[in-house]
Design a protein around this ligand. Structure first.
Ligand code: CAO
Length: 414
């Protein structure tokens, strides 16, 4: 049995944030019915295509284990079918621009009338306030949620992260909201509205930076590279690659960095492991030197310390450095490229990287379910073709006969 077996989700999501959420629920066993516009479908089907006329990797990697039905929800016949789908589902999830579902005639009040048990879950760019009507994409959320202002090097411009904390991050938040609402429904019998704003989701992931904003009013942030040689402004600054946890950390070059852009390793020079680190890099002299042998003495010359660490790491590949430092309890991690990750045998073994077959694309790589449940296994299936399950869903979920299906098609509803 799968954890969410028996839960049916009416999936109106598109692009990345919403599909991340419903894909996860599908992996946990929910029946996810993706509703798409006839003839077009989710815009990402054709975005960043690498093979002509084939669903893009953007789409195929975000819509595993779902069924696709095409339905025109602005058409009267389509609305009637949509209403019956609402009656048959436990959850409706969407991430349209603000008000889109209301404009189709399906405001929350109406949805509740149709099915009081349904959970109506949305991703929006912003919560209620001055920007609530704005459309939002990933990097806008990273900028408005505090990610960009706190990422990058001191003195440099704000930078957005490669990790999709706005889209996929908010999708993860929404998935938790949906499961929580399903849990509460067990007690109350009622559905509820679940909304996650991308700005809020990014800010939640930037929690430690709001922590630092408040610490700043009480004095300089001693773990930031600005301390003690530069001044702080009024807001949490960019910290480069400094470790946020109060332990000095930095990314240093390894052997081959001149030609390999990813020949780097992150090293945390935490006090507990400092003796071992000093010895391994050939600085036994630091152990008896009061200029170096306490965290407080090292603090003003952290950059010098990492320059010395880097002199050693440049003589090792990032993997050799990791093999040497790990047994000494020195926290470290190689900077792994997407190429290296895609070939990593242990990630294949756990299903975190999976190869999936697709009827028009052939085999492709995807990221599987990163959340492992011991009693709910995951088989990562391919994404559906546009409208692949239209007939099946109208017949099996709504009980429509062949004549009614044919008429809905002729009418342009599906
Ligand atoms: N049948 C008929 N019409 C449909 C339909 C269907 N099955 N599915 C969608 N539509 C319509 C919508 O009703 C909407 O029509 P109106 O503008 O008349 O209300 C229209 O298609 C387009 O929807 P949209 O405005 O959401 O799409 P967009 O491409 O213009 O904007 C985005 C995309 C992502 C910026 C916007 O949806 C948004 O801000 N979403 C909320 C935040 C979010 O999730 N952002 C993450 C994006 S990346 O993951």
């Amino acid at each position: 049995m799968k954890a969410l077996e028996g839960v049916r989700i009416l999936d109106m999501t598109h692009v990345q944030s919403g599909p991340t959420c419903t894909q996860l629920l599908a992996w946990f066993g929910a029946d996810v019915i993706k509703v798409e516009r006839p003839g077009k479908g989710d815009a990402t089907r054709s975005q960043l295509r690498d093979i002509p006329d084939v669903d893009s990797l953007y789409f195929t990697m975000l819509n595993h284990n779902k069924r696709s039905v095409t339905l025109n929800t602005k058409h009267d016949g389509g609305k009637a079918i949509f209403t019956r789908l609402l009656e048959s589902c436990d959850v409706i999830a969407e991430n349209f621009a603000p008000g889109a579902l209301d404009r189709m005639g399906f405001a929350w009040e109406r949805i509740q009338q149709i099915n009081p048990r349904i959970i109506y879950a949305s991703v929006k760019g912003f919560g209620p306030g001055p920007y609530e009507d704005c459309k939002v994409y990933e990097n806008v959320a990273q900028c408005t949620g505090g990610g960009a202002s706190t990422t990058g090097f001191p003195g440099g411009p704000p930078v957005v992260a490669g990790a999709q904390i706005g889209d996929s991050g908010t999708g993860l938040h929404l998935a938790l909201g949906i499961v929580t609402a399903l849990f509460q429904r067990e007690q109350t019998g009622r559905g509820q509205r679940v909304v996650c704003a991308m700005q809020d989701g990014v800010l939640n992931l930037c929690r430690v930076k709001l922590r630092d904003q408040q610490r700043l009013s009480r004095g300089p942030l001693k773990e930031y590279p600005q301390y003690p040689n530069e001044t702080f402004g009024e807001a949490t600054p960019r910290a480069g690659n400094a470790s946020g946890g109060g332990q000095p950390g930095w990314i240093v070059k390894c052997k081959g960095w001149e030609t390999d852009p990813d020949a780097y390793i992150y090293v945390i020079a935490q006090a507990a492991a400092f003796d071992g680190l000093a010895r391994v890099i050939g600085h036994e002299d630091w152990l008896d030197d009061s200029e170096w042998n306490t965290p407080a003495a090292r603090l003003p010359k952290i950059d010098q310390m990492f320059a010395e660490i880097e002199r050693w790491t440049q003589t090792k590949t990032k993997f050799e450095a990791m093999e040497t430092l790990n047994p000494l309890n020195i926290p470290c991690g190689p900077v792994l490229s997407m190429k290296e990750l895609s070939q990593e045998p242990s990630l294949r073994a756990t299903g975190t990287i999976v190869e999936v077959d697709h009827p028009t694309r052939g085999a492709y790589l995807s990221v599987g379910n990163p959340i492992k449940l011991s009693d709910s296994s995951v088989e990562v299936g391919r994404s559906p073709l546009l409208g692949e399950h239209t007939d099946e869903i109208l017949r099996d979920v709504l009980g429509m006969d062949e004549a009614a299906i044919a008429s809905a098609k002729a009418d342009g509803a599906v």
